[in-house]
Every structure is written in C-alpha cells, then in structure tokens.
Design a protein around this ligand. Structure first.
Ligand SMILES: CSCC[C@H](NC(C)=O)C(=O)O
Ligand SMILES: [Zn+2]
Ligand SMILES: [Zn+2]
Length: 405
C-alpha cells in the first residue's frame, strides 16, 4: 500500500500544537508559549505575555489594523486540555496520529483537538491566509491564548480581564469556544448558564443506630434534597416542552440541578453528628439569579443547615444577536454567505467567555465543527483533517467581516 501523502502545512502545524502536553494538572505552558512565539514571528505579529499566576502565561498575539483607534477584536482560546485515561485511547493522546478514513479524509486523534486547539489554531492559520492575500483589516486583532480554562479560568482569564493589559486592548467584541454539533447547523453561543455549586451542611444529635434519635443531621438534609429534586423535576419537564413556536428547548433555556456529592457517617450503627450534600446547579440566564441565591439561603435556614457557595457566578450578560450589535450582523452575514445554517444557544456549562461578557466585551462562542460527534473531554477526541481546513476558511470569512464591521 502506498504511503499516505504528508499532511498539508496547516495540518502539520496543528499536529505540532497538539503534541505540546498542555494537559491539566501540569500543563507545559512554557513549550506552548514558545510555539506561539514561533508562529507570531513567522506572521510578524506583536507578542505580549504575562503570567498573572506564576508559570501560567496569557499570551496575546496582535495584528494591528489600519484603524487602530477602533475597538479591537479578541480571538480567544484556552491552551490547556483536560486529563486523559490513556488506556481507553486507540492512539496515544499526545501523538496526534493521522489516520486515513474510508472517504479519503484523515482523523487527527488527540486530546484538545475539539476542546479547543482547533479553534486557537484556525485563528492563526486564518491570519496566515489573509496575510498571504495581502489583506489589511480595519480593526486590530488580538489572538489571546489563556491558561487554565479547564479549571475554571481562576488563574487565567479571571485575572486577565481585571488587568491593565486587557484594558489596553480596547476590545469591542470577542470570539471564544463553542461545541461541535452532530447536526448540520453551526451552534453559536451568545450567553452561558451561571455555575452555582453549593454545599449544605447540617449538624444534629448522635447516638446508637437502634434508637429513635431526634433532630439528626441527615434528617435535616432530607427536605432540602427533596426541594431541589422537585425543582429539578419541574425544569426537566420544561426542558421537554417545546417553545411556543414549536422549537425545542436546549439545556441553556432551563436550570439543571444535580446532586453530586453526599457525605455522612462513620459506622453503620452510629447516627452521624454531621452530614453534607452538594449540588451542581446551572442557572439559566432566563432566571433571576439574585432571587435564586436568596431562595437557597432561605432553604438552608428553614431546615437548620448552613449553606456554602463553592461557586456562584453573579452575572447573566448575554450578547445581543440582533441588528443592535454590528458585530453580530457581520458575523451572521459572513456565516450566511458561506451557506452555513446557524443555531443560537445559551452554553450549558461555563467557558472563559463569561469573564469577557461580564467585563463588557460582547462575546460569541463558536467551534466550527458541524455534522461531527461531541467529543470534548471524551476518550479518542478527534477532528477530521477536512474540518481543520474548512475551519480555517470559516475564520477567514468571519474574521474579515467582524474586523471590518
Ligand atoms: C465553574 S468553573 C467550571 C468550568 C467547567 N467548564 C466546562 C467547559 O466544562 C464547567 O462548566 O463545569
Ligand atoms: Zn474548552
Ligand atoms: Zn473543556
């Protein structure tokens, strides 16, 4: 059998990026920064790098526009990837194997292909294509590579948006990650649900397990659990009910509640003195999050428990997706011109775009993978070579449009 042809240079560079082990919990950010600096040097982009937390650099590559006083465009991506269970992978997750498929395409198999190195890579390749055409864009582009999104952005984007470095970018609009779609539409995320991670802790009487002990810790948690499970049921019914216009609801339209941890007890016949229960709640931006938080506090107090807010995102800013937002108009126009159908959604989980929106920069979350399985955080994460090449064309169109809006 003939050797397969070598990958085209944009795919070769993608493979190089994927081979850098930026895997949590100890990402190799130094190698990643060196890679980005090499790319910037080839493209003549300015580079700024700052580690707000030691060893975790935010790297910004800048292509100055012809009208640099205009608000700029941020093209954001995170450089870290989630851990792997290597035994479940068909190929080593950081080899970035290129495997031929029956339809003449290739699969590039590696951790981070979908989430989200394809996006960060396509930004760079799109700039390369535009420069090759001699294009000059009106607005300045900032390709922002942030660390630690996968652990909540606390050591990366959270600090960056509060920095002078960020202010100096004078950003007017941003793109960030979305999610693949097994269907034909391109999913575009204009908001996110607020993560609300809570722990209820109760204390009570203890004693022998053979007795009727009153006011026990576990007993206090039961009505709290029941209340939140009731809310879960209501929201699940809502999720299964189409909108008035017949369109289906997505996760972003509802609030999900999951009991994720339960702790109590030391021995079968000892009534425990304390008990705790944790929930992962994702509050839809369509719900009043201030009132929701007050209701949780009241729930804890009513049953003699304490409430610990482990995570609570107190913002529900959404990016306008109508004529009031010239960047949306440009984005929608460019995507439409490519014949790509759009599906607007609220992101079910949390990405770094939430920091940008809260900081006043309207952001859209997009990953240019359609008719593709959702493999983020999964074993054998892959993208097809054709998807990388199409993704570059996609960003050439979109970046040109939004940078000239
Ligand atoms: C509260 S920070 C957690 C961030 C994480 N993001 C993703 C995309 O999985 C999540 O939504 O669980
Ligand atoms: Zn991601
Ligand atoms: Zn992720």
């Amino acid at each position: 059998m003939a050797e397969p042809s070598p990958p085209p240079p944009p795919v070769q560079r993608f493979i190089e990026y994927l081979r850098i082990k930026t895997v949590q919990p100890e990402p190799d950010y130094a190698a990643c920064e060196a890679f980005l600096r090499r790319q910037a040097a080839e493209l003549g982009l300015e580079v700024q790098s700052h580690a707000f937390v030691a060893g975790k650099p935010v790297v910004v590559l800048t292509w100055v526009g012809t009208e640099p006083a205009l608000p700029s465009i941020i093209l954001n991506s995170h450089t870290d990837v989630v851990p792997v269970s290597e035994e479940f992978w068909t190929h080593p997750p950081f080899d970035a194997a290129r495997v031929a498929t029956e339809d003449g395409d290739f699969k590039i198999i590696a951790r981070g292909t979908q989430d989200m190195k394809i996006v960060g890579h396509c930004y760079l390749e799109a700039v390369r294509v535009l420069q090759g055409r001699g294009a000059r864009l009106r607005r300045t582009l900032h390709l922002v590579y942030v660390p630690d999104e996968e652990t909540g952005g606390h050591d990366g984007m959270r600090h960056f948006v509060q920095s002078d470095m960020f202010q100096a970018l004078n950003a007017g609009f941003a793109l960030d990650e979305g999610m693949a779609n097994p269907e034909a539409e391109l999913r575009v995320f204009y908001g996110e649900r607020a993560p609300c991670w809570v722990r209820f802790v109760a204390h009570g009487n203890t004693g022998h397990g053979s007795q009727f002990i009153e006011d026990t810790a576990a007993e206090k948690l039961v009505p709290i659990i029941n209340h939140l499970m009731e809310l879960r049921g209501e929201q699940l019914s809502l999720f299964r009910t189409p909108h008035a216009d017949g369109s289906r609801r997505t996760l972003g339209d509802v609030t999900t509640v999951n009991l994720t941890m339960l702790q109590a007890g030391v021995q079968h016949n000892v009534v425990p003195e304390s008990a705790s229960v944790c929930f992962d709640i994702r509050i839809s931006p369509t719900l009043d999050y201030v009132r929701f938080r007050r209701d949780l506090e009241a729930l804890a107090a009513a049953h003699g428990a304490t409430l610990e807010m482990v995570q609570f995102w107190n913002d529900n800013t959404m990016t306008p997706t109508d004529a009031s937002n010239p960047f949306w108009v440009a984005f929608e126009g460019a995507v439409g011109a490519m014949g790509i159908p759009l599906f607007k959604e609220i992101f079910p989980a949390a990405t770094d775009a939430r920091y940008l929106r809260k900081a006043g920069v309207p952001a859209l979350g997009v990953t240019p993978l359609r008719n593709a399985p959702i493999l983020l955080h999964d074993h054998n994460e892959f993208v097809k070579e054709s998807e990388v090449l199409d993704g570059i064309k996609f960003y050439v169109g979109v970046i040109s449009a939004i940078a000239d809006a």
